[in-house]
Design a binder for this molecule. Structure first.
Ligand code: PEP
Ligand code: MN
Length: 260
C-alpha cells in the first residue's frame, strides 16, 4: 500500500558559496523544486590546511540578492562573533552553528553573547563528538541569552567506525537528546551523515520514520566540481527526485519557520 504524502521542512543549498553564478543558478533551481530556505557556507571549517576555506564576507551580497530577488530565506554558518556581526549587518537573520563549534563551550559562550538581543533563527548542529552533555550545553547557552527560534540539526557523529557512513547517526543518542528538548524542531542532515549522495535515501527514510520535522540537505548545481563535500552533494534535480521517492512535499515557509 502506498504511504500517504506528507509535508516536511526543507533547507537546501551548496556546502560552500563559491561564486555568484554557482549561487544564483543553484538557488533558482532549488526554488523550482519548492525549496524555501537556502543554505550556503561562507566561512568553511576545513579539517586540513590548504583546503578551500570559503569566500567569507565577499559572498554576503550573493546571499542577500537571493533573499531579495528570489524571496528565499537564506542562512550561513557562523563560528565567530565577527561572522555574526557581518551576517546581521547584511540583513540576514538566519544562521547555523556547525558541529565543530557546538563541541566547544568557550566558542558557544562567545557566539551566544554575539547573538544576544538579536531576533535571529539559529539552527544548531550536534557536536562532532557523541557527548550528550556538550550537545545539551550548547542549546542551554543559546537559550540563556534569549534565543527562542532554535532548530536542531542532526548531522551524525565522529566515531572510529562509522561505516558505511561518514558520520555515525547514533539514533539512540538523538532520542536521548530529544527527551531533554521535546519542544524544539528537529531537522536531519543526511548529507553529512552519509558523506556520499548514493546513501542519502535510507537516512532520509529513517529520519521520516523518527518523525523529524525536516531535512537539511546539501545541493549544488554541479556537485562534481564543488570545492567542498563534492561526493555528498546532489543536483537540485536529483533532490527533487529524492523528495518524490520519499513522497514528501515542502512546507510553506510560514509553517516551518516562524517569521523573524
Ligand atoms: C556544513 O553544513 O557544510 C558543515 C560544515 O556542517 P557540519 O558542521 O555539520 O560539519
Ligand atoms: Mn558540507
Amino acid at each position: 500500500m502506498e504511504s500517504e504524502r506528507h509535508e516536511i521542512g526543507l533547507v537546501a543549498g551548496p556546502c560552500s558559496a563559491e561564486n555568484h553564478v554557482q549561487m544564483l543558478d543553484t538557488a533558482r533551481a532549488l526554488k523550482k523544486m519548492g525549496v524555501k530556505i537556502f543554505r550556503a557556507g561562507l566561512w568553511k571549517p576545513r579539517s586540513r590546511w590548504g583546503s578551500f576555506e570559503g569566500v567569507g564576507e565577499r559572498g554576503l551580497p550573493w546571499l542577500t540578492e537571493i533573499q531579495r530577488d528570489l524571496g528565499l530565506h537564506v542562512m550561513t554558518e557562523v563560528a565567530l562573533p565577527r561572522h555574526v556581526e557581518a551576517v546581521l549587518k547584511a540583513g540576514i537573520n538566519m544562521v547555523w552553528i556547525g558541529a565543530r563549534t557546538t563541541v566547544n563551550p568557550f566558542m558557544m559562550r562567545e557566539l551566544s553573547e554575539a547573538l544576544r538581543g538579536n531576533h535571529v533563527s539559529v539552527w544548531v548542529k550536534n557536536p562532532v563528538s557523541p557527548d550528550l552533555q556538550l550537545w545539551i550545553g550548547a542549546i542551554e547557552r543559546l537559550q540563556n541569552v534569549g534565543i527562542q527560534d532554535l532548530y536542531i540539526v542532526h548531522r551524525g557523529f565522529c566515531v572510529t567506525d562509522s561505516h558505511p557512513y561518514r558520520n555515525a547517526p547514533l539514533w539512540n543518542l538523538l532520542e536521548q537528546f530529544r527527551s531533554y528538548f521535546p519542544m524544539l524542531t528537529y531537522y536531519c542532515d543526511p548529507s553529512h551523515i552519509a558523506g556520499k549522495r548514493e546513501l542519502l535515501l535510507p537516512i532520509c527514510e529513517k529520519a521520516l520514520d523518527l518523525h523529524f520535522d525536516g531535512l537539511f540537505i546539501e545541493s549544488h548545481i554541479s556537485p562534481q566540481t564543488a570545492l567542498s563535500d563534492s561526493a555528498q552533494q546532489v543536483t537540485p534535480e536529483d533532490l527533487g527526485k529524492l523528495l518524490h521517492t520519499l513522497r514528501v512535499s515542502v512546507h510553506s515557509s510560514e509553517t516551518c519557520v516562524s517569521a523573524v
